[in-house]
Structures are given as C-alpha cells and as structure tokens.
Design a protein. Sequence first.
Length: 107
Amino acid sequence: MQVKWDILQLKRISDTGLIIQVIYEVTGIQYQLFDTYKGKLILEGDVNSPNFIPFEQLTKETVIEWVKSSVNVSEIERILQESLNNKYINKQNQTTVIGTPWDKKIF
C-alpha cells in the first residue's frame, strides 16, 4: 500500500503564530483503490522554546513529522489497509458494473 500524508489545515494564535491544532489526512492507495483517514491533533507549545519555529518558516514536512510523532502511525496504516482490503474484496464480488459500450469506461 502506498501512503501519503497531508496537512489540510493549521489553527494558530494570531499574535504569536503558535500552532495549536492540525487537521491532517492520510491516504492509502492499493489495488487501484484509495481510502482516506482524517484526524485532528491538538498541540501545546511555547513561543519561548528554543525549538519554536515561526509560522512563516514552517514547512508541510515539519508539521507532518509533528503529527507522525504524536499519533499511532501503524494503527492508522492498519485501518487503511483493512479498508482497502475490504473494498478490493467487495469489488471482486461485484455482480454489476456501470458503463456504456462506446465509452469503454467501466466503474
């Protein structure tokens, strides 16, 4: 399974730039199927910390690392894998298809 992590939204304190909430999404892709897992992470930080990164200097990769270090990555990936396996089984057992003979696209 291929896995892609993304950051959908950051919530910050306007005058300090301190990030207090991250909305993230994890997408799993396998068997030409995909599924997503969305989550919210509440953060506590300190603008006086030597590790504080100003909002303007944050990168998506940095925030993804924050998320990954705070959540159970293997459990999220297990949930996605199980969902994709179920979708694949359901697709294999499918007895109807949608499409037209002139379009050659079968869903």
